[in-house]
Design a protein around this ligand. Structure first.
Ligand SMILES: Cc1ncc(COP(=O)(O)O)c(C=O)c1O
Length: 388
C-alpha cells in the first residue's frame, strides 16, 4: 500500500506540544494570557516590524486593514485577479468594489498594466484618484505576494505614492521572503506597504491550525488594530465602546502553537529553498516542463512549487497530469479560478486580463510540504518522468 503524498501539510517537530500543554496547564487558554503577546512579539521581531497583532485568520486581518486604511463604502480597491479569493471578499466586507489587475510571469500584479491603468483610466485631483469609467474613488491597493515571490514593490510603492493609494500587502504566502535589492532591500514581505497581513491556515509555511497576523508601518495603527480586533473596548471595567469592534482575537492555545512554529521559520525556509532548487534542476531535464522562476530581486520562502506545463511539448495537459498523480495518491492542485470570473465579481471592472488566463491553464502545484521526504520527492519525479 503506497502512502498518499499531500500538497502542503503542517510540520510539527518543535515546541508545539510543550507550549500547548503549558498553556493548558496555566488555564489561560482564551484571548488573554502570555502566549498571544509572546507570539505577536516573536512574529514582529522575525519580520522586523514595529509590532504585530494576532487575529483569528488572514481574512479577518485583511478586513481590519481595509477599515484602518479608511476604505469607505462605494470606493474601489485594486486587487489581483489571480489570487485566493480572501482579499477580494474582504474588499466587499467594507462595502467597497474590487478592480481587477492582471498578473506578470511571476504570477504577481503586473506593474506595466497597473501603471497604464492608473495613468490612462483614472484622473487624479487634489490627491484623490478617480476611476474615469465608474466615477468612484480608488483608495487602496492589495498586492498579494503569490506562492512566496514578492511583488515588484519598488514600482508598486512608487505608483502608490504618486497616486496616493494605501498599500495593504497580503503576505500570507510569503512569510520569510525578503527583498534582495532596490529601495526596500533587506525588508520582509508584509512590512513595506502601510499594512501587511498573514495567515496561519493549515497549508501555510507555518501554521497554528488557523490564525492571522496584522503588521503596520505606523505603530498607531498597530494599537488601533488591537483595539478593533478586541471589540473596540475603551474601558475594560465598564465596557465602554466608542466604535464598532470585532471579535477577531486569536486564542492563547493557538498562539502557543504559532510561537513554536515561528521559532522554526528560518529552518523551514531553508528546507523549502533547497527542495525548490532540487525540483527546478530535475524538472529542467524534462522537455515541456519547468518550475516557475523567482524574481531576481526576491529572496523567496519558496512556499509553493508551480509546475509549468507546455502541453504540446510534454504530451499531457494539466488535467491529464493531475489525474496521473491522483492515480498514485499524489495530491497536486491547479491555481485558483480567476476572481474576475467568479460569480460575485463578474460585473466588476477587470483591466486587460491576459496572462492570468494563460497561467490558469498551464500551472499545476506539486507537493511542497516542509516534511516532504527524498523518497516522496522521487515518487513525484517518477510520475513526471513517466516512470511510475
Ligand atoms: C493570499 C491569501 N490571502 C488570504 C488568505 C486567507 O487566510 P485565512 O484562511 O487565514 O483566512 C489565504 C489563504 O488561506 C491566501 O492564500
Amino acid at each position: 500500500m503506497t502512502n498518499p503524498i499531500f500538497l502542503s501539510v503542517p510540520h510539527i517537530v518543535g515546541n508545539e506540544k510543550k507550549y500547548v500543554m503549558d498553556c493548558l496547564d496555566s488555564e489561560w487558554i482564551s484571548t488573554s494570557g502570555k502566549y498571544v503577546s509572546d507570539f505577536e512579539n516573536a512574529f514582529a521581531s522575525c519580520v522586523n516590524s514595529p509590532g504585530a497583532v494576532a487575529c483569528v485568520n488572514g481574512t479577518a486581518a485583511l478586513h481590519i486593514c481595509l477599515i484602518l486604511a479608511g476604505v469607505k463604502p462605494g470606493e474601489e480597491v485594486l486587487v489581483p485577479t489571480l489570487t485566493f479569493i480572501a482579499p477580494v471578499n474582504a474588499v466587499k466586507y467594507v462595502f467597497a468594489e474590487p478592480v481587477f489587475v492582471d498578473c506578470n510571469d511571476f504570477l504577481n500584479m503586473d506593474m506595466e498594466k497597473l501603471e497604464k491603468f492608473l495613468s490612462t483610466e483614472c484622473v487624479s485631483e487634489d490627491k484623490i484618484l478617480v476611476n474615469k469609467k465608474t466615477g468612484r474613488r480608488i483608495r487602496a491597493i492589495i498586492p498579494v505576494h503569490i506562492f512566496g515571490s514578492i511583488c515588484d514593490m519598488d514600482r508598486l510603492m512608487a505608483l502608490a505614492e504618486k497616486y496616493n493609494l494605501t498599500v495593504i500587502e497580503d503576505a500570507t504566502e510569503s512569510l520569510g521572503s525578503k527583498m534582495l535589492s532596490g529601495r526596500f532591500a533587506g525588508m520582509h514581505a508584509g512590512t513595506i506597504g502601510n499594512f501587511g497581513t498573514f495567515s496561519f491556515n493549515g497549508n501555510k509555511i507555518i501554521t497554528c491550525g488557523g490564525g492571522g497576523m496584522i503588521t503596520a508601518k505606523n505603530p498607531e495603527f498597530i494599537k488601533k488594530a488591537k483595539y478593533l480586533t478586541t471589540q473596540a473596548k475603551n474601558d475594560e471595567l465598564h465596557y465602554i465602546h466608542d466604535e464598532v469592534g470585532y471579535n477577531y482575537r486569536l486564542t492563547a492555545l493557538l498562539a502557543a502553537m504559532g510561537l513554536a512554529q515561528i521559532e522554526q521559520l528560518p529552518k523551514f525556509v531553508q528546507i523549502k529553498r533547497r527542495r525548490y532548487d532540487e525540483y527546478k534542476n530535475a524538472i529542467s531535464e524534462i522537455p515541456g516542463l519547468s518550475i516557475l522562476d523567482i524574481p531576481s530581486y526576491c529572496d523567496s520562502n519558496c512556499w509553493f512549487y508551480s509546475l509549468l506545463i507546455d502541453k504540446e511539448k510534454y504530451g499531457l495537459s494539466r488535467d491529464q497530469l493531475m489525474k496521473k498523480f491522483a492515480a498514485v495518491k499524489i495530491q497536486t492542485r491547479p491555481i485558483w479560478k480567476l476572481n474576475h470570473e467568479q460569480k460575485p465579481y463578474r460585473e466588476c471592472q477587470a483591466y486587460r486580463i491576459e496572462k492570468a488566463k494563460h497561467y490558469f491553464d498551464c500551472i499545476l502545484n506539486i507537493p511542497c510540504s516542509v516534511g516532504l521526504t527524498d523518497e516522496e520527492f522521487n515518487r513525484v519525479m517518477n510520475v513526471l518522468k513517466n516512470i511510475e
